[in-house]
Design a protein around this ligand. Structure first.
Ligand code: PBG
Length: 331
């Protein structure tokens, strides 16, 4: 007699490692990971970011090395974010259109060395280039205006595509920008450049370390609640996704990650498209703080949280732990 309910014992399949492997429902591999990287000026520069322990800004030569590392680890895509020098920032973020800006130099260098061995995803939004740290243009009242901003984003996206970007990722949350960018890409002959829309991006308290990393944190006054989403809302996220897909997005993103897994699942179930989640800077920092405090094991925390995104229905995860996780997964 093995118990009172021998027919309903779920623990039977969990009793050995081989059996747990056999019954596992979700797989996480290095091919599920997108590695965000911060680019800075200079040559041979590595600048650690205090609020993101273990993450650095790299000059373009270092970024190319990271791209090669990603290829060796089986990470299919890297995501680039520039730390623009203060003297190149302006109220209208015009540096975003400079074909020789940091972002474009990094894209060209990676593509020259690595070609199609890796995908390069580039963020479209004005915050790395504006003197006020907002993602768009401000009117006299300090409100971020939509249509004028969209026109700037179109130029920014084209500039990145011309430098060789493979996936354009608008993170600005303006209305109508996916359609405008898609049309401009088509007219510009960039028919195979994909758009991964930050479709459901919430006004979150988890972005702090990122703003330090790109140098916009100290500049930002106020918040981004007039364009990023209210954390209380689900139906609005589904409408954002619906519109972005209709406007021409190839895939959509939910951001932040762990606190919004329900949104990722709803989007996947309702639209049946590739959904990506961004495990953002504050989430990375929380894990690292827990590890530093002796409150958890890094490897186990990283793999468990990343697996949760796959279980929720995500096709992949943007994570600052990408290289570390890939090393663990590749054994
Ligand atoms: C800005 C942008 C942000 C992130 C990605 N793109 C920050 C923001 O909206 O203020 C956050 C990423 C992270 O926290 O890791 N357009």
């Amino acid at each position: 007699m093995t118990g009172s309910y021998p027919n309903t014992r779920l623990r039977r399949t969990r009793s050995t490692g081989w059996s747990r492997a056999l019954h596992r429902e979700t797989m996480l591999t290095s091919a599920d990971l997108i590695w965000p990287l911060f680019v800075t000026d200079g040559e041979g520069v590595e600048e650690p970011i205090a609020t993101l322990p273990g993450v650095s800004r790299w000059s373009v030569d270092g970024i190319v090395e990271r791209a090669k590392e990603a290829i060796a680890l089986g990470i299919p895509v890297i995501a680039l974010f520039p730390n623009t020098q203060a003297d190149k920032r302006s109220d209208d973020g015009a540096e975003a259109h400079n074909p020789d800006n940091l972002m474009c130099r990094a894209i060209r260098a990676i593509k020259a060395e690595c070609g199609d061995e890796i995908g390069v995803l580039t963020d479209v939004a004005l915050d790395p280039y504006t003197a006020h740290g907002q993602d768009g243009l401000l009117n006299d009242a300090g409100y971020v205006v939509n249509d004028e901003t969209v026109a700037m984003l179109v130029d920014q996206a084209l500039n990145q595509a011309e430098a060789g970007a493979d996936i354009i990722a608008p993170s600005d949350m303006m209305d109508g920008r996916i359609h405008a960018i898609r049309m401009a890409l088509e007219m510009g002959g960039h028919t195979n450049v994909q758009i991964m829309s930050y479709a459901a991006k919430y006004a979150s308290a988890f972005y702090g370390p990122f703003r330090d990393a790109v140098g916009s944190g100290g500049l930002l006054k106020g918040d981004k609640k007039s364009y990023q989403m209210d954390p209380a809302n689900t139906l609005e996220a589904l409408r954002e996704v619906e519109f972005d897909l209709a406007e021409g997005a190839d895939s959509v993103m939910v951001k932040p990650g762990l606190a919004y897994l329900d949104i990722a699942t709803r989007v996947k179930d309702q639209f049946g498209v590739s959904v990506f989640a961004y495990q953002v800077s504050g989430e990375y920092a929380m894990i690292e703080a827990a590890v530093a405090a002796g409150a958890g094991d890094r490897d186990a925390l990283v793999l468990e949280t990343l697996l949760a995104f796959k279980r929720a229905g995500c096709s992949g995860i943007l994570t600052y732990h990408a290289a570390h996780a890939a090393r663990l997964l590749n054994g």
